[in-house]
Design a binder for this molecule. Structure first.
Ligand code: UGA
Length: 435
């Protein structure tokens, strides 16, 4: 089998590389010549554990290559995946599909023989049909099917998620297209992964419904955490106590500063907009979007409260800037709301993140960056854990207390145990747990 993967962003690069690991011959295509040149040299543009080794080994085995011109690769492909970006369009929650449609036209011109055109990017319901129409308009004689195959991988554990998914969703309506997709995912059949075959529309809807459900689950536990604080309950125990009910499930019940990243904020907004437009509003998701935005700002207040109500003239040390650990991605990270609010309130902010600082320097230019966790906290009036990188879970607490000006810790990821922290002499605040 041969495939082309158009777009070497997060989803495209990981999916293309993993398909090559499945034994498929893959060409990853991107218009950015500099990026392709770097990939050809084995330089990976994103931080994702395990990805560089897989790219190197599959490129060496001749199964994975990179190109700027889609023509020759598409002509040779059994399936062509569209994995280009779908950013939110300005002024509304809609996804911007111009890259998807431009790719569809180019693919139409280059296709040769029966080809399955697959949308891998997260695209609103109806996009697959439009891709179909565009290709037919461009090449009335073309022999093709359009398939929707959304991706459910998480940044930071993307390889594992692709290789061992809970399920694969394939919106493919013809036998011929289903057979090609079955062949591509052959390796997953061997490990008995459930494959859900459905229509284009249902497949596109599944992706949005999954992400908005998860965002709702997180928002639910975040609000329960706030309530726990008022009534003296511990959200950690509550999450465990409800999560052990299989109907609820334990995952995605960690209270924190609000969800961020490149998917949940964008996808919740896009679905809310679509739902309103078709006259079937998703009021739960509208509320989730609203609560999450307010929550990020409320976290700055929580930090200010921990500093006795004012941060004027004080130094706040921040550990973690990315939207979650094991990524260098800063998109819609809670830090982008929390840090400016602290600066506005008069704080001097010093921050450290293991992988996110290059990007953070561009987005948060008004703060200083340190060499490591202890460097930023030395002499600070308060320490804030904003992203739960492993190295922040294992701080030397004696040393932390020694270098901080005051032993104030605000742990927005509930990394430490409140009882231990108080016993160790910290003024410790976390999320939804009594101290
Ligand atoms: C998310 C989904 O989990 C993937 O299944 C999906 O494929 C992906 O979006 C996508 O649409 O491409 P990702 O954004 O990489 O993946 O990260 P998550 O691990 O889902 O975390 C998202 C946000 O929720 C983070 O800010 C994280 O800190 C927060 N979160 C997650 C919580 O606050 N609590 C939790 O219990 C879980």
């Amino acid at each position: 089998m041969r495939i082309s993967m158009i777009g070497t962003g997060y989803v495209g690069l990981v999916s293309g590389t993993c398909f090559s690991e499945f034994g498929v011959t893959v060409t990853c295509i991107d218009k950015d010549a500099g990026k392709i040149e770097r990939l050809n040299r084995g330089e990976i543009p994103i931080y994702e554990p395990g990805l560089d080794a897989l790219v190197t080994s599959n490129a060496a085995a001749g199964r994975l290559s990179f190109a700027t011109d889609l023509g020759p690769a598409v002509a040779d492909s059994d399936a062509v995946f569209i994995a280009v970006g779908t950013p939110s369009r300005r002024g509304g929650g809609h996804a911007d599909l111009s890259y998807v449609y431009a790719a569809a036209r180019e693919i139409a011109r280059a296709m040769n023989g029966y080809t399955v055109v697959v949308t891998k990017s997260t695209v609103p319901v109806g996009t697959g049909r439009e891709v179909e129409r565009i290709i037919r308009e461009e090449r009335p004689d073309a022999d093709f099917d359009v398939v929707s195959n959304p991706e459910f991988l998480r940044e930071g554990s993307a390889i594992q998620d692709f290789m061992r998914p809970d399920r694969v969703v394939i919106g493919a309506e013809s036998e011929r297209a289903q057979a090609v997709m079955r062949q591509l995912y052959r390796v997953l059949y061997l490990i008995e992964t459930p494959i859900v075959f459905t229509t284009l529309e249902s497949s596109e809807m599944i992706k949005y419904a999954a992400n908005t459900f998860l965002a709702t689950k997180i928002t639910f536990i975040n609000e329960v955490a706030d309530l726990c604080e008022k009534v003296g309950a511990d959200v950690h125990d509550v999450a465990r106590g409800i999560g052990l009910d299989n109907r609820i499930g334990r995952k995605f019940l960690h209270a924190g500063p609000g969800y961020g990243g490149s998917c949940f904020p964008k996808d919740t907004l896009a679905l809310v907009t679509t739902a309103k437009e078709v006259g079937s509003p998703l009021r739960i998701v509208e509320t989730v979007v609203d609560i999450n935005a307010k929550r990020k700002r409320a976290m700055a207040e929580r930090i200010i409260d921990a500093c006795d109500g004012s941060v004027v003239g004080k130094t706040v040390a921040i550990l973690g800037l990315t939207f979650k650990p094991n990524t260098d991605d800063m998109r819609d990270s809670p830090s982008l709301d929390i840090v400016p609010a602290l600066v506005e309130a008069g704080a001097t902010v010093r921050a450290f993140d293991p992988e996110g600082m290059d990007e953070a320097r561009k987005l948060l230019p008004d703060i200083t960056y340190g060499a490591d966790a202890y460097d930023v906290m030395t002499g600070a009036d308060a320490l804030v854990i904003l992203t739960e990188w492993n190295e922040f879970r294992a701080l030397n607490l004696d040393r932390v207390k020694e270098v901080l000006k005051a032993p104030v810790m605000v742990d927005l990821r509930n990394v430490y145990n409140p009882t231990d922290m108080v016993a160790a002499g910290f003024r410790y605040t976390s999320v939804g747990r009594p101290t």
